[in-house]
Design a protein around this ligand. Sequence first.
Ligand code: NAD
Ligand code: UDP
Ligand code: UDP
Length: 319
Amino acid sequence: MTRRYSSRKRILVTGGAGFLGSHLCDRLIADGHEVLCVDNFFTGDKSNIEHLAGEPRFELLRHDITFPLFVEVDEIYNLACPASPIHYQHDPVQTTKTSVHGSINMLGLAKRLKSKILQASTSEVYGDPAVHPQTEGYWGHVNPIGPRSCYDEGKRCAETLFFDYHRQHGLEIKVARIFNTYGPRMHPADGRVVSNFIVQALKGEPITLYGDGKQSRSFCYVDDLIDGLVRMMDSAAEVTGPINLGNPQEFSMAELAGQILAATGSKSKLTHAPLPEDDPRQRQPDIGKARQLLGWEPKVPLAEGIERTIAYFRGLASA
Ligand code: NAD
Ligand code: UDP
Ligand code: UDP
């Protein structure tokens, strides 16, 4: 679809070459907009967006958002930040800088342009939650000095900055708290559980279950999540969030391993490894606000999303 010029927007997606960012670029291009994808390729990859290279409404800029950025756009989706524990712990100072200095730069940009800005926040702001399922009103249980803190506290500070720019400068902000999301274009080596288990199952290698495997997560398929982000950006000005976006269906990691083994037909065995420090024991979004304010809820069940993700990783293996 190519929009009439009057309804076509110029949209900046930071972290646009990453897993979620590349799907968001696809969606915005399909909706007829112009997209400026900004990425420093720390965890993202050009292969995620190379199919958009010939698209005249798509532009790619290599840039690190911890440095100022002067461009002209109508809307900003701020997704830049490594998201998997092994990547965000690789250079923890840079992770905090990306969330804090990066947000200040993107908020400064939005302030100059008087444009809407959406922050990709995270369920990690709840830490190892004492409230279950997690509602947006819960302030969280986060270790400020542990190995996950660079990500958790960076994202919490980014939320503070978004709300202060809103209060102090009248900026139109949207804060989405994203829960575990999976699907094609997850990095095969980024250590996240869905990609790890699928890659291990396809290779016939042991499935690495951390701890007793009873810790839970709730997994959202990427297409559902992207639809939630776009609905949030398009919501009324008074809808600032934070709003949880995720799939409330909760599974233990042992159950997830069983599902992936069954779906791949793999003969891989389970192997146990120690639970990483500060690993949250449980996680499930309360999505009442998203339902009510965005008319949104996920549609793709885990079994179907897992099938599509397995197909993607099989394709990578044979490429
Ligand atoms: P990803 O690692 O695939 O994507 C992040 C992208 O940001 C990469 O392309 C990376 O190169 C880029 N980036 C990192 N630092 C940058 C910087 N300083 N300047 C410019 N680009 C930079 O991760 P993802 O899963 O696509 O996550 C995208 C966003 O969504 C992140 O902000 C993450 O915190 C958030 N999020 C994701 C999940 C999830 O389950 N995938 C859950 C909660 C929140
Ligand atoms: N900024 C940017 N692009 C812009 C406008 C601002 O990257 O188009 C950066 C700028 O470098 C500054 C930050 O955003 O460091 C915050 O801007 P703001 O105007 O809020 O603060 P100030 O410039 O007054 O410190
Ligand atoms: N996990 C696991 N085996 C793996 C990778 C992760 O058992 O190979 C567990 C991990 O300990 C955590 C859950 O799966 O309890 C989700 O981990 P992930 O890194 O995907 O996301 P996050 O912890 O950030 O929610």
